[in-house]
Ligand binder design. Structure first.
Ligand code: TPP
Ligand code: SF4
Length: 266
């Protein structure tokens, strides 16, 4: 009889044969079923696998939050640091060991609220870190309070009458602070995440991957899969990501075009 363990083992060996499994750790993700983070994880796994990066030369660094659990689920070296200190920790690692590939992982709360003061400085120093911002517009781990990217009027348990603050736009912030590679991506498109990461990891400077995702447990009304799938679309045909003016114009006029927004010519 096929037990669940046997079915899982068969799946694992199928994935391993396709070369896609090796960057995952033995610890299965503890995220809720249906969480968008699984799609982002897949995107990162496929990037590492496609580039053939040796796992002992990669570090994943995170702060606190559901996104912050990421290093446990990756077979690379990992550092689960304190809330909001993802980017300074990643900077230190890269400066101490420039040969390593560093992935900084964090939620919108971690990176734009408590840790928001660090984004401009890693960007202006152009430290070669790959920052994957898991943006579900909510605090997931602490059970659904609004975050800096919650749309105006978002109703949560901590904002029952709707938020009154304007949301931050992380893609625009990354451009403004001078990140040398900026992509806006969708967790429902792991292949798009992989393709952008493959290019961004090869960018010799600070790369930001702003990923729209959904918290299925605490956001039943706004950034749901149904809405996100309706809203996201590719950048216009002929879009030139090497022109910073074009990039600003695109981000200012359209919140939902996805792809490589900006790539500095090196
Ligand atoms: C110094 C400090 N302040 C507050 C907290 C409580 N806290 C833990 S996770 C979190 C927010 C997480 O939200 P986000 O970064 O968006 O990640 P998600 O859980 O949605 O992935 C907060 C406020 C903490 N752990 N440490
Ligand atoms: S609470 Fe939300 S963000 Fe956290 S694991 Fe569950 S679905 Fe994902």
């Amino acid at each position: 009889m096929k037990t669940p363990a046997k079915i899982l083992a068969a799946q694992v060996s199928r994935i391993e044969e396709s070369g896609r499994f090796y960057p995952r750790s033995e610890a299965l993700p503890t995220w809720c079923p249906g969480c968008g983070y699984f799609g982002i994880h897949q995107g990162i796994v496929d990037c590492i696998s496609s580039l053939g990066l040796p796992l002992h030369e990669i570090v994943t660094v995170s702060g606190i939050g559901c996104a912050g659990r990421y290093p446990f689920f990756s077979k690379t070296y990992g550092l689960h640091t304190v809330h909001g200190r993802t980017l300074p920790a990643a900077t230190g690692i890269k400066l101490a060991k420039p040969g390593l590939t560093v992935f900084a992982i964090g939620g919108d709360g971690d990176g734009l609220a408590i840790g928001g003061g660090h984004l401009p400085h890693i960007a202006r120093r152009n430290i070669d870190v790959n920052y994957v911002l898991f943006d579900n517009s909510i605090y997931g781990l602490t059970k659904g309070q609004p975050s800096p990217t919650s749309p105006l009027g978002s109703k949560t348990k901590a904002s029952p009458y709707g938020t009154v603050d304007q949301p931050l736009n992380a893609t625009l912030m990354a451009l403004t602070y001078g990140a040398s590679f900026v992509a806006r991506l969708f967790a429902g498109d792991p292949k798009g995440i992989t393709d952008a990461l493959i290019q961004g990891v090869q960018n010799p400077g600070f790369s930001v991957f702003h990923v729209y995702t959904s918290c299925v447990t605490f956001d039943k009304t706004f950034k749901t899969w149904t809405n996100l799938k309706k809203w996201v679309h590719p950048l216009p045909a002929g879009y030139d990501p090497t022109d910073i003016h074009v990039a600003f114009d695109q981000v200012l006029k359209d919140d939902f075009s996805m792809g490589i927004i900006y790539r500095r010519k090196n």
